[in-house]
Design a protein around this ligand. Sequence first.
Ligand code: NCD
Length: 317
Amino acid sequence: MSLQHLISIEDLEHDEVVQILDTAEEMLPIAQRQRNSVPTLRGKVVCNLFLEDSTRTRISFDLAAKRLSAEVINFSAKGSSVSKGESFKDTALTLDAMGVDCVVVRSGSSGAPLQLSHYLDVPILNAGDGWHQHPTQALLDVFTMRRHLGDLAGRKVAVVGDILHSRVARSEVQALKLVGAEVVLVAPPTLLPPAVERWGATVATDLDAVLPEIDVLYLLRVQRERMNSAFFPSSREYARIWGVDRRRLDLLKPDALVMHPGPMNRGVEISGDVADSDRSVITEQVTNGIAVRMAVLYLLLAGAGRADAELTPEVTR
Ligand code: NCD
């Protein structure tokens, strides 16, 4: 893989996406704990630099690195010198001086991972930056879709909800287009980004009309922490017009999937019974996330970085 960092889906080509998904397929039995950890990244140090809250992404990267036998340093803004006002550059230089081999970074600022790649000479992996990108989320979603639906070319995916504030939506649309899927964005006009017509997706406002036509219903969290004014009248109003409940679930094709990146607002964008229904693959997305992050760490780090990785037959096949 020629890629040095994973900062944006825009940096990937079709074949690189396929390579990541195929590698993740080999990692899945280890992620599901059907097979033991492998020594692939023994001796490598992966630093998880989380400057914004996260549960599943942080734990998932942590587990992914550990299943490949890397050493992991978990670094968050709280409890570190960042809370004493240390600059981003000084934090980066400190990590470099410690000898880390890779930095996984989450930040509330769009562009922070790119900036870090200018300060450090090791692979940088974007774990979500501001409203900009969340590439491993999009890859794990495409991986999950491919496992259920096979080739995604010509498949139709509806991304529904708070698209304006969503880095997931930006990465998701780009990744789906790379594998040939069609995307329809469904959202209140106030939660659509400016120049959305340049995204290469269609836009719809009538959710009920879209549901019978799609193969995947991808729901987004209403991102209240990013809203500085009222984008819709109330949660109840949002749930009625844009939320998915049992009635809407029944409008889907029988084999359509329901997905959500988490964390969910049950009762707002998704009702509890839909989240727990047999169409929902939301918990599978979480497990698949470990496999996809193992694949990305492996492809970026094995044979690169400060020491040579030990490759095992199981994962190099
Ligand atoms: C997403 C994120 O943080 O961007 N969650 C995640 O990584 N699983 C989506 C969200 O917060 O809504």
